[in-house]
Design a protein. Structure first.
Lengths: 261, 458
């Protein structure tokens, strides 16, 4: 099927509709014995029109799910340690490190060092915790916004918001992304930070933490892992972190994969 | 992410012919199942599953106590690998329907799983996503229903990361989308499940995950596009989706797909194109379209260009999707002088005619689109003749399919009406003989006769 070059050019062009040619119908058009009427068509889900596409979809799923059932081999690298000050988590797979970094170190509040799962939640935190104007305004109007994007509700207090999240959006009843200020995790060298809907710490404990932050280890409360190994990743990672350009995490990955280590 | 896996599908020592044979068998089985309304049977999705590689383990039935034990270990164990292994054991158990049942009725189990799905440890998150996949195969939709309340929470947590492409998050998102698509296919979905989905913030989340751009993850988009299709074709409240900007999001995604098709020969793009085309086509039929503002409508001419680029792609890679693409073209052009004009100004009539020989269904749709253009009047028919159209119509008159011939007759009537010179040319090209062969056909004879008269008196 040959397409004129104008088509590709048009796709690359800006939005816009064609100026329509004048429409002029005759009453004889589609008149008996003819029957044509221009009309849109809709198909319900079980219609046989969808058979081919549905079959293709299920063939794809069959292929994919046999893959999911078997755990794929994850590429291992020599062990290395997270370079963020105070964090001594050790890794042997880059995917794990990337995940750890983005979850715990990426969206960090520059005022109080708490970490958040996303930029959106960090923004809300900064507004609610570090903006004095917010405090003033919240005395007169509902300022605590619902965390679910698309929900426009606002609340007088953080607790009201939390109740709303649990009741309306069916968040887990004891959901917390935070960790109590006191360090509750066992002091083993490889202790990892737990962030789950079932928060650490006794339930009902009065916690200063905001109900949406990811917890981060306070500095100085961890000691380094027994082994510390110097590898290619060690001198690459600090430069990435210094620059603060996290897209570059892709670059060191390439270099590590092609190294002889 | 799914596509990356497609490269390693071939079982060892399997010839190409053998693979083709198996694929044909699987296709036949799926067609049969669909006709018997059994396509969503989870069993079918697992029939071909090879045995698990690790020690040849098969699905194990786990009791309540064991499930609880594994969950506890996964949640509170100290060694990361130990926690991961607990989840692997749980997953193996979940391959068995009895374990699935026990799991979903166990207090707090789903909540624990949801917590692990947002773990800050990649391994745990991945294994939890695999457990979710297994649960999605439960014959009882109770499982996917159990996921539904948590979906909003999970999407808030996960969507914030979509720009970072963190692999485990992507896996969880895909698993969620897949679980949701299973749920939406249930028989009772239109009455029970779809209304509650539409009443939540899920539609906005879904559309956000379908926004084209650097943040779009293909595997995730595929799952949620299918979710959207199951919702729209159930016709529960499509007007609501339109007010959320579904038409414009999907339209932009279509443009993006066409761009991708031009850049790469990747044959996987049709996996996303199919549900997008379906959603657009069905949404366009909503009366609500006329009632919303300009922004929410679909008027962009680039959509036509994109659609033809996709049609060209389908012709090469997936001809079975040509009817779906042409269905969208019909719904775009039927009531729109602007889109009909685009077809003419972009010179797309001839490419359209090139599709006529593909199949009867395709021919019928092509002729219908051409009728949409012709019925708008003389200004439009002026661009249809002189041109290749008449010759093509003489060709389709020789088809054996009555519907195709019938639609050709409809088009001829419009053409002769608005462009009388075309009738003369028709005569000169032995048009009468082409008509004669259908004089005895009950469904066609009245129209054949009428056209013969028109041509002779032109």
């Amino acid at each position: 099927m040959q397409l004129p070059p104008a088509v590709h050019a048009r796709l690359a062009g800006g939005p816009g509709a064609a100026e329509p040619l004048p429409v002029e119908r005759s009453p004889k058009a589609g008149a008996v014995p003819f029957r044509f009427t221009a009309r849109q068509v809709r198909f319900p889900r079980e219609h046989e029109f969808f058979e081919d596409g549905d079959v293709q979809r299920h063939l794809y799923l069959q292929d994919v799910l046999t893959q999911v059932a078997g755990a794929p081999e994850r590429p291992r690298v020599p062990e290395f340690t997270c370079q963020v000050a105070g964090c001594c988590q050790v890794f042997d797979a880059l995917e794990d490190y990337e995940h750890h970094y983005h979850t715990l170190h990426r969206n960090v509040c520059s005022f109080c060092k708490r970490a958040f799962p996303s930029g959106h939640l960090l923004d809300i935190h900064i507004l609610e915790w570090h903006d004095s104007l917010f405090q003033i305004l919240s005395e007169r109007q509902n300022m605590y916004q619902c965390l679910v994007e698309g929900c426009t509700e606002k609340f007088k207090t953080s607790k009201d918001r939390k109740d709303h999240l649990v009741r309306r959006h069916l968040y887990p009843a004891d959901f917390r992304f935070d960790k109590p200020k006191k360090n509750m995790s066992p002091a083993t060298p490889r202790a990892t930070v737990q962030v789950s809907a079932e928060a650490l710490g006794a339930e009902g404990e009065q916690v200063e933490g905001d109900a949406m932050e990811v917890c981060s280890e306070p500095a100085g409360e961890r000691h380094t892992a027994g082994r510390r190994v110097l590898f290619v990743s060690e001198y690459l990672l600090p430069s990435v972190l210094v620059k603060g350009h996290h897209e570059d995490l892709k670059a060191p990955r390439k270099e590590i994969n092609t190294s002889d280590d | 992410m799914w596509l990356r896996r497609q490269g390693c599908l071939r079982p060892a020592g399997c010839g190409v012919e053998e693979l083709r044979r198996r694929r044909r068998e699987r296709e036949a089985a799926l067609r049969k199942a669909r006709r018997e309304q059994q396509l969503i049977s989870k069993r079918l999705l697992r029939d071909d599953a090879p045995e698990e590689g690790e020690g040849g383990c098969v699905a194990v039935i786990l009791g309540q106590a064991e499930i609880q034990q594994f969950l506890q270990l996964a949640q509170r164990g100290t060694e990361e690998k130990e926690r991961g292994r607990a989840l692997v054991s749980l997953r193996r158990g979940l391959q068995h329907p009895e374990t699935q049942q026990t799991f979903i009725w166990l207090e707090g189990s789903m909540r624990t799983l949801v917590g692990l799905l947002t773990s800050n440890q990649a391994l745990l998150q991945l294994e939890a996503a695999r457990c979710l996949h297994e649960l999605s195969h439960s014959e009882q939709s109770a499982v996917a229903e159990a996921c539904l309340p948590a979906t909003s929470y999970l999407l808030t947590y996960l969507s914030g990361h979509s720009s970072d492409f963190i692999s485990p998050h992507v896996t969880v998102l895909e698993a969620l989308g897949y679980a949701l698509s299973q749920l939406l296919q249930a028989k009772e979905a239109p009455e029970k499940i779809i209304p509650s989905v539409l009443g939540s913030t899920l539609p906005q989340h879904m559309l956000q995950l379908l926004q084209p751009g650097p943040k779009l993850n293909f595997g995730v988009a595929v799952e949620f596009a299918w979710c959207l299709h199951y919702i729209t074709c159930s016709q529960v409240n499509n007007a609501l989706l339109i007010t959320h900007g579904a038409l414009s999001t999907l339209g932009l995604l279509l443009l993006d797909l066409a761009g991708a098709v031009q850049r790469t020969e990747d044959a996987g793009l049709e996996l996303l194109a199919c549900p997008v085309l379906r959603c657009l086509s069905n949404l366009l039929t909503e009366a609500a379209v006329g009632a919303v503002g300009e922004q929410m409508q679909l008027r962009d001419e680039r959509v036509v260009a994109a659609l033809f680029i996709l049609l060209q792609f389908f012709l090469q890679k997936q001809p079975s999707l040509l009817p779906e693409g042409l269905w969208l073209l019909n719904n775009l052009t039927a009531n729109s002088p602007s889109f009909c004009t685009s077809l003419l100004s972009l010179d797309l009539i001839e490419p359209l005619l090139q599709l006529l020989p593909v199949s009867n269904v395709v021919s019928l749709l092509v002729l219908t689109v051409l009728c949409n253009v012709a019925e708008k009047g003389p200004a439009y028919c002026q661009h249809l003749w002189p041109g290749p159209l008449l010759c093509s119509l003489l060709g389709t008159l020789a088809f054996s399919d009555t519907e195709v011939v019938g639609q050709s007759l409809e088009l001829l009537q419009l053409l002769f009406l608005y462009r009388p010179e075309a009738a003369q040319a028709f005569l000169q090209q032995s048009g009468l003989q082409a008509l004669e062969r259908h004089e005895k056909e009950a469904q066609l004879q009245d129209r054949v006769h009428a056209l013969q008269q028109t041509a002779l008196h032109s």
